[in-house]
Each structure stands twice: as C-alpha cells, then as structure tokens.
Write a protein that binds this ligand. Structure first.
Ligand SMILES: C[S@@+](CC[C@H](N)C(=O)[O-])C[C@H]1O[C@@H](n2cnc3c(N)ncnc32)[C@H](O)[C@@H]1O
Length: 279
C-alpha cells in the first residue's frame, strides 16, 4: 500500500485561510483550531491533487479562488445538530406561541424560519411539532423556510435521509407518522415522508449578506448554535437584521449556550434563550 503523506499547514497559510474564512462567514478560527483545520483540509487537498498548503493558498488567491470558498467553509463549519434539540424551545412553541397566534390571527398563515438549519433536523423537528399541533387543533396554513451557508449540508437536508440511530423521537408514533424506513441497502435509514418535506423550503443563505431571500414577518426565527461562532460586532449586526425579519410580536430563539447579553436590542426576554419582538 502507498504511504499517504499529509501536507503540513504552516502558520502563514493558516493565518491566511482563517482570515479568508472570517471575511466570508465571520467564523473565527483561533490558533487552537489549527490541528483540527489541518485534519479537515487535508482531504480537500487530496481531492484537488495538491501537494502543499502553499498551492492551496495560491488557488484561493487566484480568480478561481472565489469558487473554492464554499467547499472551504463547508469543511470548516461545525454542523452538529439533532432532532428535538433543546426541547424547551419546541415545548414553548407548541404550548404558548402557536395557540396564542391562532387565537389572535384568525386567518394568517404561520411562518417559521430556521436560519442555520444544518442537515435539516431542526426544521423537520419544527415541522413535526406544527403538524402535530394542527392535526389536533384548528387547521391553519403554515410553512417553514430553512437556510444555511453550506451547500453540501443543504443537499443532505433536502434529501431528508438519516441513519436510524440519528432519528430519536420523543414518541415512537412520530417515527411511523413522519418517516419511512428504507429497504435493501437503505434498511438502516429513515426518510422524512414527502408530506412533511413539502412543508420545508430550503435555500442557501449566508447570514452576513442581507437582504435575506426569505419572507418578511416571520412569526418565529430559530437562529440557534451559530452566533456562538461570531464575534460581538457580527452578533450585533446579525441580531439587528433578524429583528427586522420578525413580525411584531414574533419570537427569536437562540441556542441555550448563546445569549444576547452583549448585544443591544429591544426584544423582551420571555424564557432562557427565547426573545420576543414587542407587539
Ligand atoms: C452547529 S450548526 C447548528 C444547527 C441547528 N441550528 C441546531 O441548533 O441544531 C451551525 C450551522 O451554522 C451554519 N453557518 C455557519 N456560518 C453561517 C453563516 N455565516 N450563515 C449561515 N449559516 C452559517 C453552519 O453551516 C452550520 O450548519
């Protein structure tokens, strides 16, 4: 077997790559991330048949470098997510937000935006919560928009196919109602049923670039576990833009390990990591 040699990521190349990633996505890569990034990018170098990071940096600096930004950020960003993550948000959505909305808006469709949706578990979870609610209570049109900067992860999200061990539902009945098990080579996978998939519209979006190609007047925005990667200035800019996208009385959910403490805003804090635009 041929020995596989790994290219060495020098400090100079790492500094260049991290500055570029920051400029494009505001993801801040500290010096401690160098071994992790080197591990992730080595595979990309092999795909491109490049033998050194210097060649990779030359590619990034060249006119073709623009097209390489997307795979670069794809490899670097952390896409960790799972179904029914931070379930308190989902309970609050079901028990407070939706019933109040239905009571106060007799005809309006209910709109939700999952703003950094990763491989789709977050928007499909929201879709399950809403589908269940509207099955048991009054019918109402609703829809979810789901966006992410990573085109690779969005392709996965659109497919809606997950390994069995990744599909953890709080009740088994939800699995039967909203997923179908694969057959043959796909026996270890579940696919989100078309009826649920059709309720989620995925688009590519870099949260740093506005105007956003999503509907105005969102009733709830989930922007969870992405702000943590941004510095305070970028968080401030992002929150300002998200607030503009919310309907009066709409809610913003952030990750429980994030907080808007260092950000100026006029939102009312209603629960940990749940904020409301004053109606
Ligand atoms: C850790 S995942 C969070 C997924 C989901 N919101 C959750 O809480 O489970 C972070 C996601 O943010 C995305 N992301 C990072 N920077 C972004 C940016 N500038 N614009 C849009 N999405 C971004 C990444 O691609 C990744 O899928």
């Amino acid at each position: 077997m041929m020995p596989t040699t790994e290219a060495t990521l020098t400090k100079e190349c790492y500094d260049f790559i991290s500055a570029l990633v920051y400029e494009h996505s505001r993801i801040r890569l500290g010096p401690d991330k160098q071994p992790l990034i080197s591990g992730r990018l080595n595979k990309r170098l092999r795909e491109l048949k490049l033998s050194s990071y210097e060649q990779y940096c030359d590619l990034l600096r060249s006119p073709q470098g623009q097209a390489e930004l997307s795979p670069l950020v794809d490899l670097i960003s952390t896409n960790h997510t799972h179904f029914f993550r931070e379930i308190q948000h989902l309970d609050y959505l079901r028990d407070h937000i939706v019933p109040e909305f239905v009571a106060s808006h007799p005809r309006e469709p209910f709109r939700v935006w999952s703003a950094a949706c990763s491989s789709g578990e977050e928007p499909y979870t929201i879709a399950i919560v809403l589908a269940e609610y509207f099955l048991k209570h009054s019918e109402r049109p609703w829809g979810i928009e789901a966006t992410d900067i990573s085109t690779r992860i969005l392709a996965h999200a659109k497919e809606g196919i997950y390994r069995k061990d990744r599909v953890n539902m709080p009740e088994t009945m939800l699995l039967h109602r909203y997923f179908q098990q694969g057959i043959g080579d796909y026996a270890d996978y579940y696919r989100v049923k078309d009826s649920l998939r059709s309720m989620v519209k995925f688009h590519h979006l870099n949260l740093l670039h506005s105007p956003y190609p999503v509907a105005q007047n969102q009733h709830v925005i989930f922007c969870r576990n992405v702000m943590i990667y941004f510095d305070q200035k970028t968080q401030q800019e992002l929150v300002n833009k998200l607030v503009q996208q919310l309907a009066p009385g709409g809610y913003l959910m952030v990750g429980h390990s994030e907080s808007l403490l260092s950000v100026k805003h006029n939102l009312k804090s209603v629960r940990p990591a749940i904020y409301r635009r004053v109606p």
